[in-house]
Design a protein around this ligand. Structure first.
Ligand SMILES: [Mg+2]
Length: 229
């Protein structure tokens, strides 16, 4: 029987795009005061890279486009992005779904990235204190990041549950489900039409989730309708 519902954070409970835009805004402020580049121009340029699908080397490209050696300023730019206090809104249904589930299940969260940044996201979303167990894997635990099953083992052990007693809800077929499935967890892919990973192709069938939903609104009903779990 299902006892716990465990969530991914980015693009599952709020659109991660918001975090990128919020970070670019902070970086654009910094760039105006440190490099003299008008903030509106800097922001628009960074957003344009994002909209073009650039990920991971946005700041390098931006500095190079301005004729600035990335080695000089990149660390400061990255720090500014990571340390900023984000302005975020959850998906419209997130809070009500979590509130309703909370009366019936124990709730958990597994997320990975820059550790303090992931913590700040939870605070900005008003989700601090919502989850009984939270596993945040920071940069220093990169070897244990999903798709590893390690974060799932850690969370199940915190709740003292077997895999078959928990479900994992995520958005990314490359990372979110294969480890959870190996432990016997029920897996649910929230595949929003506008999602960052909506068209990712899983490397094999073991990467797929048991159930696919377009958002979180039908989650509770779906969980009720899976009595075999
Ligand atoms: Mg995600």
């Amino acid at each position: 029987m299902l006892k716990a519902i465990v969530f991914d954070l980015d693009d599952t409970l709020y659109p991660e795009r918001q975090y990128a835009l919020s970070g670019f805004s902070a970086v654009a402020d910094w760039a105006e005061s440190s490099l003299g580049i008008p903030r509106e121009r800097g922001y628009a340029e960074l957003v344009a890279y994002f909209e073009d699908g650039v990920r991971g080397d946005t700041f390098n490209r931006w500095l190079e486009a301005h004729g600035i050696e990335p080695e000089l300023w990149l660390p400061e730019m990255v720090k500014c992005y990571r340390d900023h206090s984000p302005s975020l809104e959850p998906y419209p249904e997130t809070h009500s779904v979590l509130r309703s589930l909370r009366g019936r299940y124990r709730l958990g969260l597994i997320t990975q990235g820059h550790g303090p940044g992931q913590q700040r996201k939870l605070e900005a979303l008003g989700l601090e204190g919502t989850f009984e167990a939270v596993v945040i894997l920071g940069e220093e635990h990169r070897q244990d990041w999903k798709p590893s099953q390690v974060p799932f083992e850690r969370l199940l052990s915190e709740l003292d549950l077997a895999g078959s007693q928990a479900a994992y809800i995520g958005d990314n077929v490359l990372k979110d489900f294969v480890g959870a499935r190996r432990l016997g967890m029920l897996t649910i892919w929230v595949r929003r039409p506008e999602g960052e990973h909506v068209n990712d192709v899983p490397p094999g069938p073991e990467y797929l989730a048991d159930i696919e939903l377009p958002d979180l609104t039908a989650l509770e009903g779906t969980l009720e309708a899976t009595p075999q779990w």
